[in-house]
Design a protein around this ligand. Sequence first.
Ligand code: HSE
Length: 404
Amino acid sequence: MNHMKVAVLGFGVVGSGTVEVLDKNSDKISNNAGQDIQVKRILDIREFPNSIYKDLFAKDFEEIINDNEISLVVETIGGIGIAYEYTRRCLESGKSVVTSNKELVATHGYELLKLAEEKGVSYLFEASVGGGIPIIRPMTQCVAANQITEIYGILNGTTNYILTEMGKNGVDFSLALEDAQKKGYAEADPTADIDGHDACRKICILSSLAFGRQVNWESVPTEGISTVTINDLRFADDLGCKIKLLVRARIVGDKISVYVAPHLVSHENLLSGIDGVMNGVVIRGNMVGDLLFYGAGAGKMPTASAIVADIIDVAKHENSPKQHKWEKGDTGNMTDSTQLESAWYIRTDADRRTIANEFGEVIFAQELGSQTAFKTVNMSGRKVRDILGRGIPALSLFRVLGDY
Ligand code: HSE
């Protein structure tokens, strides 16, 4: 049997998980790949004297780039600094690259995919979205006959874990975050999770694939979960909902709308049952209808499982490399999401009579101390802000996911 020699850049949570999966499931992986996959080098500036892989470590990237036996590089460094430089150099020198680095794919995807195409190699990133959930391969293969009209769901494990812990067990925000960090779910800088930027990068990747043009994350309105309080979770429950950080992308006329924000999701919607680190994303195709993809959205082994699936794909398609493609970004085809209509959830100190006068028909939750919360009828973001501006101070303002 042939051997494919691989280098892993970065021996953190995902990099070490990848080496472990390749080791533990080596027979199964070789069978599926049609050749043995051998980790020849691991790049990391840290020392791992007790690791069983200690002989494989290198500190100098030149050792890897100049090694002609290494045909595939796994990039799990993260970020867009040296990860970008190393990825470019690997692709330029004819090595395929597999990654979980959503920031890099969301930022430089167009350029790196083009480079991979020019050099006749692969740049694959199944692990960059939804952790262990197969989503990129199904979207680009199994649903390839469809025009995708909408993508929405939960794409950040850390925030879903925090909201679940706060809602179910009344756990304090910072304790829940600490726990998510200990479990290896959070980013090195967890503000990327908390402020919604990680989820934003993931929906940009899916939207770029689905709609064929790079969606730049800078042009995507993004809100995180730092404004969600225990009271909001209680009010939401009283209104028959949970609060979830949702990504949403859809075709509106000849434009696309993409945004990230906390939403109230009815207990009757399947997404409301997706708790803890689990992610769930719905793809709506114009032929297939709705497909829900569900599974562990973060964590060492689930993410490594997705990386190894890409490694197998590279090994199987050495002579005709698998390649994804999208065109250059164009902000002109993005529409302003504030025009989209939905019902809204509002928490406020205003009295019920003022609220009813301004908003008309609303559904109130049970009051908590001096605070009340309510759900409006459908209206645009612009309209809800106009009404609030007439004298209702909103302590929280979230969309309510409509009936799907
Ligand atoms: N920090 C990310 C999350 C890791 O919590 O979803 C997986 O991409």
